[in-house]
Design a binder for this molecule. Sequence first.
Ligand code: HEC
Length: 453
Amino acid sequence: MKEAIFLVLAASIFWLAACTPNTNLTYTQDIAPIIYQNCTPCHRSGGAAPFSLTEYQQVYRKKKTILAVTQSGLMPPWPADRNYSHFLGERFLSDSDKDKLKRWIEGGAPEGNLSLLPNLPPYPEFSLIGKPDTTLWFDSILIKGDSKDKFYIATLPIELSENRFVRAMEFLPNQNNLVHHMNGRLLNYDEGKKANIKSGKRLLNLETNEDDYLQQFNALDLANDDGSRPSQINSATNYLPGVQAQLYPEGIGGFTMQKKSILLADDIHFGPIPQDKWDRSRVNIFFSKTPPTRPINEVMMGTNGVTKIIPPLVIPANDITTHTTFLKIPQDISILTINPHMHLLGKSFKAYALTQNQDTIRLISIPKWDFRWQYFYTFPKMLKIPAQSVIYVEATFDNTNHNYNNPHNPPKEIRERLDNGGAGMRTTDEMLQFIITWLPYQVGDEKVSLAPN
Ligand code: HEC
């Protein structure tokens, strides 16, 4: 009998614990500031994430998954190891914030005193970096609702009355929670080189079969009239979830845009959706009155780049392979951003420089590769790499069925696929790339902050 009473008592204590908050942490006072700071930049209407976390009810409903993804470090997404190197805009929860979220959720996730709720920070709608001088639109794209990833090359012909200096270009999709990445290159047509820049098709679906592919790529009609290639500005604008376009300090970066140019979105990757949707992406352009005094250079290592991959990027089925690539730096340089790139088989990635005296300059380590978050990592200040240093990249690929992103089940041999005439690669092929943007070093560069001003 005593035991029975004890059990009933224990059960009701348990019941009480489950239903009444047993934490003095509240949403309005303790949790909303953490969410506003770390989550709602993406989890809001029009943000990069597929659902909002701007209201208490939305956070409350998702509390179990929120607990899981914040404790595991999956959210906020920041795959680079913060113990290895630091970048601008790092997204992470401090141990104390993680702990608060855990105690609050496990304690019943109470809302608290409404009068203590802070205001949601203002989020700009049509630009994340300022007021553009002009906005141009890509054609609309119908994204089929067949729950598969979609890859497109899209073009946007641009005609100006004169050549202009561009400080920054900002690509913004309107279905931004569907776009996983976009790499934009600007093709500049020199005077008299191309009569009609609007003659080509505006869209190429990259999931076409290989035979049609070249033909379709040619239909974009990107070459000069004499068949030669126009000059191009790589990474004129890039888009990745949660990443904003870069406005460097005045004088750094920027490029010239010819009167006639084509912005080549190569490629745009849309995530899978169950229903058809239209996307219409915009491009904000920020002109500059002065020519870029220190134009940014870009060097690409690995696939399609200036360095060989060793051993060659062939990944046998059911194997895990590691590959390296390295580049000797002939002059002192200042690095601004770095962008590691692999596809679905990527497992880990590391890059560093070794100076002539064998000092290591850490660049980046991504212990658990996630193809969804391929940021252009910007150093807080320019990073000097002295002449004669060697930049090393080490990347591991997992082609087993333990890799749940493996596009093939059972796994099959995957190889690198090289660029055929400026065309993009498919995600089911592999790549190993490391893109570095840099300037020739000038005294004092290591003190120049790259934070948006
Ligand atoms: C850089 C943008 C970004 C930030 C910041 C961000 N998220 Fe996310 N989140 C996403 C995207 C995009 C997805 C969808 C992931 C996908 O499609 O694979 C997602 C998915 C999720 C999911 C669902 C995961 C699942 O497995 O179903 C949860 C829960 C979540 N986020 C919570 C949070 C919380 C909590 C924070 C802040 C601590 C946060 N996120 C910060 C972009 C972001």
